[in-house]
Structure formats: C-alpha cells, structure tokens
Design a protein around this ligand. Structure first.
Ligand code: ZN
Length: 314
C-alpha cells in the first residue's frame, strides 16, 4: 500500500460563509464522516496545519493584495472583492492555515515520508489571482504549492491538472508565461469565470504549457475519458513532470447543483489512477490533490473517497 498523507483540520470549518452559501463547512464535515466510516482515516498519515508565512503567499500574490485581504477581513465586511467571497472574522486565519497545511503536505511528500496526498481544505484556491479574489477563493493553494516545491525542494517541472468544473483562472494567470509549470484544465465552457478558451495556450516562454480543454454543458464520462486518453496523459508523458498536482473539484459530477457536466463518481477514481500512472513513470510517485469546488456535499465526500482509494492502491 502507498503511504498516503491527508490534510484536514477543524480550523477549516471556521471560515463561515453564511446562510445558503454553497462553499460551506458542511462539505468537509460530510467528507470526514464518510472517510471515517469507510475506514480510510486510519490508513492515512495525518498532516498538521500551520499558518503560511507572508513570503509564501507572495510566491503567487502581490504584497498589496495579501495586505488587502487581511484588512478586508479585519474590517468586518461581509464579503471581499465580490459578493461571492463572503468572509467572517476567522477567514484570514483559516485561509493562511489552508495554505500552510498544503505546504506541510508538500514537505511530507517531497521528503518521502509520504508517497502522495490529499488536502481537504477550504477555502478553495484556483480562482485566486495575483491581486484578485474570486469564486470563493482568496489564496491559490495549488499555485503557491507548485512554487514552493520549486523554490524549497528544487524541483524544475510541475504539472497541475485541474478537473474542477470551472476554469482555474488564477492558476493559469500565475503560470501562463512559465514553461516550468504545465497547467491543464478541463472545464465547462462557456461558464464561470469565462476564461479558459481552447486558444489560451500560454505566451512567451510559456507557450504550449497551458492546455485548456473546454467542455460543452451536457457532456459526461466518455468525453472526459477521451480527453484524458488523447490529450491530458500524452501531454504529461511529453512534459515528464517531477511532481503531479491535482486541482480536485467535484463539481463536474452530474448531481452537482451549480454545473451541467454529467460525470459519475467513479470517474474521480479513474482520473486519479491515470495521473498516478504518470507520477509513477516520471515523478517517483509524487502526487498531491487539493480540494477545490464541489457543492453537493455527498458528491464531494464520494469524490474524495474515490481519489483517496486510488491514492492508497499500489
Ligand atoms: Zn468549481
């Protein structure tokens, strides 16, 4: 069995988004219950949280922006930058803890203490840009992790595969001119946040290191499997990443209330197995998944279970 690490802490529940908000603490509560009753938790190496330092946030975000988030939360406002991004008094601390926990996870996997891992964090990150929050995201967990692995652990080539139903505009924004981080996204299109056209392939040195796979509303398993087999996996084989990161949202599931893609839960197992194959061939098995969206709490829990089941297998 693989040594699979798991990041979760009750502090992630303290980001209170208010009545009726889809990105709510219940997502993680239900996930934890499911992993516990399925007997998974006892098989996982638990990773502690820590508050990320500002220098880590600044790997991706401007100093101004970090300060603006801190002050925005302290001011007592109900939301930050847009009504989507509701905040409470604890939001800054929780967001820093999510990033710091993800960095601890990177240390765990890069040191070899764990082979791979899953970060069950909130708030999510992939919509957060250099100086802009969006789509329930404040700091870009996966993007900061990628840069941290490069700077702290000396890795050159990192792949980020984003199967959340929304395009990860923040992650693309961070790496679109950079050939060392290959960002690949499958997403419903046209849809929020509006970015992620097929013609966005990066620019400058980074041209060819952004792959957007827009998917029409109503598409499902066969479309995604074909995209993985014909595009995602061959591109990763060519790129030979030293670490594989996943932006794992579970909102492309057919029962998600926000989107119109029709995946079934077992797909998350299959995608993870395929990416694990890439990690086995090129990355010494190093693979880390980061929770992004997923707004049917049962589906989100099932998705996490499917990913973790695949991570644990030999
Ligand atoms: Zn999403």
């Amino acid at each position: 069995m693989m040594k699979t690490a798991f990041l979760y802490d009750d502090v992630f529940l303290e980001h209170d988004t208010g009545e009726g908000h889809p990105e709510r603490a219940e997502r993680l509560r239900t996930m934890l219950q499911r992993l516990e009753s399925g007997g998974y938790l006892e098989k996982l190496i638990r990773v502690p949280v820590r508050e990320a330092e500002e220098r880590h946030l600044e790997l991706i975000h401007s100093r101004d922006y970090v300060e603006r988030v801190r002050r925005g939360v302290e001011s007592g406002d109900e939301y930050f930058d847009s009504v989507d991004n509701t905040v409470c008094a604890r939001t800054y601390h929780v967001a820093l803890s999510a990033v710091g926990g993800c960095l601890n996870m990177c240390d765990e996997v890069m040191s070899g203490r764990a082979t791979n891992g899953f970060c069950a964090v909130r708030p999510p990150g992939h919509h957060a840009e250099n100086r802009k929050a969006g789509g329930f995201c404040f700091f870009n967990n996966v993007a900061i992790a990628a840069r941290y692995i490069q700077t702290e652990h000396g890795m050159a080539r990192i792949a980020i595969v984003d199967w959340d139903v929304h395009h990860g505009n923040g992650t693309q924004d961070a790496f679109q001119d950079d050939p060392s981080v290959y960002y690949i996204s499958l997403h419903q299109y046209p849809y929020y946040p509006g970015t992620g056209a097929e013609s966005d392939i990066g620019f400058g040195q980074g041209m060819g290191y952004t792959l957007n796979i827009p998917v029409k509303a109503g598409s499902g398993n066969s479309h995604y499997l074909q995209a993985f087999n014909e595009m995602v996996i061959p591109e990763l084989e060519r790129f030979r990443p030293e670490v594989v990161l996943i932006s794992a949202g579970f909102d492309a599931h057919r029962d998600d209330p926000l989107s119109s893609i029709n995946l079934t839960g077992d797909m998350y197992y299959r995608f993870t197995r395929m990416l694990k194959g890439v990690a086995e061939r090129h990355s010494q098995d190093r693979l880390i998944a980061f929770l992004e969206g997923g707004y049917n709490v049962e589906v989100c829990a099932e998705g996490a279970e499917q990913v973790i089941r695949a991570l644990l297998e030999d």
